[in-house]
Ligand binder design. Structure first.
Ligand code: FAD
Ligand code: NAI
Length: 463
C-alpha cells in the first residue's frame, strides 16, 4: 500500500467522495479517510437517502387509505409493518453506500478507514499510518446542532438520526425547528399516525424561502394535520414515567405552556464538524460558526489544504457539496472548475414537494431589483386535475427590463424533479419568453412552468 498520494480527502460524504472520484478520473492518485464504517457520509447513511426512502414508503402508506378508494382500488385498511418499512430504508442505505465503495474500487481510490488528523502540511495521520499528500481536502461535513439543557438520547429525545429509526410510531411528536428536517421527518411520522406539533422560533417556517410559498405551504401542512407554534421556543423537556413534558415559551418572552409528547425531535440546524482535525495547531482559520474559511478556489489560509461541503459556508446541501468537490478536483488537476452559487436548487421532499432556485420576491425587493412575477396554479393544469394533485403553483420571477429569469418557486407533486428545468433555464440565462415558447409534453405537471412563464408578461392559456 502506497503512503504517498497526490490527494488525501478527509471525509467520504457527497463532497469528499465526488472530489475523490473526479480527481482519480483526471489522473490523480487519491486516498479517502473515513471513520464511519460505511462510505457516503451524512447524506447516504443518516440524511438524504434514508429520509427519502421513509418519505416514499410513508407517502404510499398514506395514499393507500387516502387516495386508493377514490380511484377504485380496494385494498382494505392498510396495516403498518414498521420493522419492514425500516428495513426498506436500510436497504436503500446499503445499496447506495456499497455503490460508492464500488466506484472507489473502480477508480483505484484507497479508503483508509479511521479518523484522520492533519499532523502538518502534507501529512495526514490515521491510526499508526501517516499519509503523505501533495494536497489535502477537508470534507468532514456537519453535525446536529444541540439545544443547551436538552440532551439527545436518540430514543425519546432524538435528532434526525434517531427519528429515522424510531421503534414505534409516537402518539405525539413534538418537533423543535420548522426547517427542512422537521417538516420532512414530521411528515413521515404524521403519515404513519403521529400527531405532530412544530415549535418554530421565528414567525414562519422555512426561513429564507419565498414568503408566498411559505404561506401556502403552511396552510397545506395544517390541512394535513400539522400544528404549529410559531414565534415560540422550547425551554425545557422533562422525562416523565411515561412520555415527556415540554415547556414552550413565546420567543419574545411571556408565559410558558406545557405540552405532552412521546418523542421530541431536535431539528434546529446543523453545525460544521471539524473536531479532532488539528486545525488550531495548524493555524487553519475558521469563522465564528466554526466553518473552515476558504477563498474562491476552496483554499484555506494554509497552502495545500482545501475545504468543501457542509464544513464551509453556504447551503448545507449534498448537491452543493458535490459541485464543490468536482470543481476543486478539476482545479487540482490543472483544469478549470467553478460553482455557480446563484443557481443552487433547494427541495423540501414533503407531499406536495416545495422546490426553488434563484431569488425570492423578498430578496429582489431588498436588493431593489424590479421584476415581473408570473404565477400558475396546478388547479388549472390538466395532468394535476387528472391525478387529483392540484395543490400548489409555479411562480417565475423575471427581471422587469431584460426578462431574464431570476427565480423559480414551485409547490406541487413532482416539484423536486421539475426544478431541474428551472436550473437548466437559469444556467442558460433564459428569459421567461424563452420558456413560454418551448413545447412541453401534454399532459404533464411541467406545463405549469410554461404557463407561469406566459403569465410573466401576458396571459397564460389555461386561465
Ligand atoms: P458529510 O456528508 O457530513 O460527510 C462527512 C464525512 O466525514 C462523514 O462521513 C464523517 O464520518 C467523516 N469525517 C468527519 N471527520 C472525520 C475525520 N477526522 N476523519 C475521518 N472521517 C471524518 N441534502 C440534500 O441536498 N438533499 C436532501 O434531501 C438532504 N436530506 C437530508 C436529510 C437529513 C436527515 C440530514 C441530516 C441532512 C440532509 N441533507 C440533504 C444534507 C446533506 O446530508 C449534507 O449537506 C451533505 O451530507 C454534506 O456533505 P459533506 O460531504 O459536506 O459532509
Ligand atoms: P434548518 O436550518 O433547515 O431549520 C432549522 C429551523 O429551526 C429554523 O427554522 C430555525 O429558525 C429553527 N430554530 C432554531 N433554533 C430554534 C429554537 N431554539 N427553537 C425553535 N426553533 C428553532 O435546519 P434543519 O431542518 O435542522 O436541517 C439542517 C440542514 O440539513 C439544513 O441546512 C438543510 O439544508 C439540510 N437538509 C436538507 C434537506 C433537503 O435538502 N431536502 C433535508 C434535510 C436537511
Amino acid at each position: 500500500m502506497a503512503d504517498s498520494f497526490d490527494l488525501v480527502v478527509i471525509g467520504a460524504g457527497p463532497g469528499g467522495y465526488e472530489c475523490a472520484i473526479k480527481s482519480a478520473q483526471l489522473g490523480l492518485s487519491v486516498a479517502v479517510v473515513e471513520k464511519r464504517d460505511r462510505l457516503g457520509g451524512t447524506c447516504l447513511n443518516v440524511g438524504c437517502i434514508p429520509s427519502k426512502a421513509l418519505l416514499h414508503a410513508s407517502e404510499l402508506f398514506h395514499e393507500a387509505s387516502a387516495s386508493f378508494p377514490g380511484m377504485g382500488i380496494e385494498v382494505g385498511t392498510p396495516k403498518l409493518n414498521l420493522g419492514q418499512m425500516l428495513s426498506f430504508k436500510d436497504e436503500a442505505v446499503d445499496g447506495n453506500t456499497k455503490g460508492v465503495e464500488f466506484l472507489f474500487k473502480k477508480n483505484k481510490i484507497e479508503w483508509v478507514k479511521g479518523e484522520g488528523r492533519i499532523e502538518a502540511k502534507g501529512k495526514v495521520k490515521v491510526g499508526d499510518r501517516v499519509l503523505e499528500a501533495k494536497n489535502i481536502v477537508i470534507a468532514t461535513g456537519s453535525d446536529v446542532a444541540r439545544l443547551p439543557g436538552i440532551e439527545i438520547d436518540e430514543k425519546t429525545i432524538v435528532s434526525s438520526t434517531g427519528a429515522l429509526t424510531l421503534e414505534k410510531v409516537p402518539g405525539k411528536l413534538l418537533v423543535i425547528g420548522g426547517g427542512v428536517i422537521g417538516l420532512e421527518l414530521g411528515s413521515v411520522w404524521s403519515r404513519l399516525g403521529a400527531e405532530v406539533t412544530v415549535v418554530e422560533f421565528l414567525d414562519n417556517i422555512l426561513p429564507g424561502m419565498d414568503g408566498e410559498v411559505v404561506k401556502n405551504f403552511t396552510r397545506i401542512l395544517k390541512k394535513q394535520g400539522f400544528a404549529f407554534k410559531l414565534g415560540a421556543k422550547v425551554s425545557k423537556v422533562e422525562k416523565q414515567k411515561s412520555g415527556l413534558k415540554v415547556s414552550v415559551e413565546p420567543a419574545k418572552g411571556g408565559d410558558a405552556e406545557t405540552l405532552d409528547a412521546d418523542v421530541v425531535l431536535v431539528s434546529i440546524g446543523r453545525t460544521a464538524y471539524t473536531q479532532g482535525l488539528g486545525l488550531d495547531k495548524l493555524g487553519v482559520k475558521t469563522d465564528k460558526r466554526g466553518r473552515v474559511e476558504i477563498d474562491a478556489g476552496f483554499k484555506t489560509n494554509v497552502d495545500g489544504i482545501y475545504a468543501i461541503g457542509d464544513c464551509v459556508a453556504g447551503p448545507m446541501l449534498a448537491h452543493k457539496a458535490m459541485e464543490e468537490g468536482v470543481a476543486l478536483a478539476e482545479q487540482l488537476a490543472g483544469h478549470y472548475g467553478a460553482v455557480n452559487y446563484d443557481v443552487i436548487p433547494g427541495v423540501v421532499y414533503t407531499s406536495p414537494e416545495v422546490a426553488s432556485v434563484g431569488k425570492t420576491e423578498e430578496q429582489l425587493k431588498e436588493a431593489g431589483i424590479d421584476y415581473n412575477a408570473g404565477k400558475f396554479p396546478f388547479t388549472a393544469n390538466g395532468r394535476a386535475k387528472a391525478n387529483k394533485t392540484t395543490e400548489g403553483f409555479v411562480k417565475i420571477l423575471a427581471d422587469k427590463k431584460t426578462d431574464r429569469i431570476l427565480g423559480i418557486h414551485i409547490i406541487g407533486v413532482g416539484a423536486g424533479e421539475m426544478i431541474a428545468q428551472a436550473v437548466t433555464a437559469m444556467e442558460f440565462s433564459s428569459s421567461s419568453e424563452d420558456i413560454a415558447r418551448m413545447c412541453i409534453a401534454h399532459p404533464t405537471m411541467s406545463e405549469a412552468i410554461k404557463e407561469a412563464a406566459l403569465a410573466v408578461t401576458g396571459l397564460p392559456i389555461h386561465m
